[in-house]
Design a protein around this ligand. Structure first.
Ligand code: FAD
Length: 407
């Protein structure tokens, strides 16, 4: 039997792992089983007793698996979910071949290491990133310490992808909203519909760079992140969709900036891959830990959106109620916890991990480390003045009114 261990690669189109699994089954005549491991042990609680996954993120993931189950059924396959680990599942099922997508973060890689002795043939694939480690310009071992040289190296490569045709029909429509940032459903069909609608909207991708610091509604940024995190959307497909749009517009710095942001994601994937467990320790990549500690009451007030700062409070309430937060808000929420409340950044990162629908270990922990001054930032301190930020980005208080439910 061939087993596909479904992880953050929950799509059918542009998925080398899925294609290999199907081809192998056709060649050998073996049965295919697809499984997803919740690994409740990992999910119990993390630092400070913070749950690893909020009810919102569990619900989103369950719905996503349901969508995947529907797609797999079209190929005569079912999807097994196990409460335990992938290791438990393999011990019980003993496949001859195991296929899966590689992960970059420490814990997920430990999961992979555990499986190796158990299966005769293991085939891994890079489906979550634009590049594979061997294809990183200058070599993975020469990964720059900061983002800009990484970006320039990749830009010099003029990356283009010839993507295979879509194997899943996109939803007919993708919702838009002027108030809610993320009114979307999980799954590949919704992800593809959003890609098509955002790329085609003259006030969407074509104005991305200008509007990306917005706080309200669907169109100020791509909102691709939750689908990127689950794997419903391939970063290569987005990259190529941007290039196609740029070409049709005769060049567009607005659209090009989406690719710059995708490179931040890419950079942090490889930073996490190289860092291993160091990404999750207080001192990060520095010699000395920051002096921050933990104040349970102040932390809880931050979580509940009850600090003395109404801009931060609005952001925290949006995050708690929806599982989404804009990049502008995230930077302020994190900076406030680290620099205004003086709390150890890892507590904030752990809360975001639980809460964010788009939780991605590399993007989350590397962004937090960056803001805490222990990551890949040439500047020692990256503190946001949240009062000024509110004036600059929420001058009419629309964001605060919406999330503090002010009339
Ligand atoms: C403290 C903090 C925690 C974060 N945690 C996560 C996380 O767990 N998962 C996650 O996907 N992003 C995370 N981000 C990055 C960023 O905030 C989100 O990717 C972005 O807000 C998602 O909305 P969008 O898809 O509309 O982004 P857009 O502005 O449309 O950007 C397009 C894509 O580029 C990537 N991207 C943009 N900014 C960043 C960035 N700073 N770092 C890495 N990738 C980026 C994302 O994949 C995003 O979908 C975090 C940022 C901060 C400051």
């Amino acid at each position: 039997m061939i087993a596909w261990w479904l992880r953050h690669d929950r799509r059918i189109s542009d998925n080398s792992c899925w294609l290999f699994t199907l081809e192998e089954a056709a060649k050998t005549g073996e049965e295919v089983k697809v499984f997803f491991a919740w690994n409740r042990l990992h999910l119990a609680t993390g630092i400070g007793g913070i749950p690893r996954m909020s009810a919102l993120r569990i619900d989103w993931t369950q719905q996503d698996l349901q969508m995947m189950r529907t797609e797999l059924a079209k190929h005569g396959l079912s999807l097994e979910e196990t409460e335990g680990s992938a290791l438990d599942w393999l011990r019980a099922n003993r496949p001859s071949t195991l296929t899966y997508s590689f992960a970059v973060a420490h814990e997920e890689r430990q999961d992979e290491d555990q499986l190796r002795p158990l299966v005769k043939r293991i085939q891994g694939f890079w489906t979550h990133s634009i590049l594979e480690p061997d294809a990183i310009p200058g070599g993975f071992n020469q990964l720059p310490e900061v983002f800009t040289p990484f970006r320039h190296r990749i830009e010099r490569e003029n990356l283009r992808f010839k993507l295979p045709p879509l194997l899943v029909e996109p939803n007919v429509e993708s919702p838009t909203s002027s108030s809610l940032a993320f009114p979307f459903e999980p799954g590949e069909a919704s992800a593809l519909a959003r890609l098509i609608s955002y790329m085609g909207n003259p006030e969407g991708a074509a104005e991305y760079k200008t509007r990306r610091n917005g706080l309200l509604g669907t169109e100020y940024s791509t909102k691709f992140s939750p689908w990127l995190a689950s794997g419903a959307l391939s970063p290569r497909r987005i990259w190529q969709a941007c290039l196609n749009l740029e070409e049709s517009l005769g060049g567009s710095p607005e659209v090009e900036w989406i690719r710059v942001e995708l490179l931040w994601r890419e950079y942090f994937q490889w930073v996490a891959y190289r860092a291993g467990s160091r990404l999750f320790i207080k001192k990060g990549f520095r010699e000395q830990s920051p002096r921050a500690g933990f104040n349970a009451r102040a932390f809880q007030r931050w979580v509940d959106g009850l600090t003395g700062d109404d801009f931060v409070n609005a952001g925290m309430r949006e995050l708690a109620e929806t599982g989404y937060s804009s990049n502008r808000a995230r930077q302020n929420l994190a900076s406030y916890l680290i620099h205004d409340l003086g709390i150890d950044w890892r507590y904030g990162a752990a809360y975001f991990e639980a809460q964010l629908l788009d939780y991605d270990p590399a993007s989350n922990w590397a962004n937090w480390a960056y803001l805490a001054g222990v990551g890949n930032d040439p500047r020692p301190v990256r503190r946001f003045n949240t009062i000024k930020q509110a004036q600059d980005y929420d001058a009419n208080r629309a964001f605060r009114k919406a999330w503090l439910h002010e009339s």
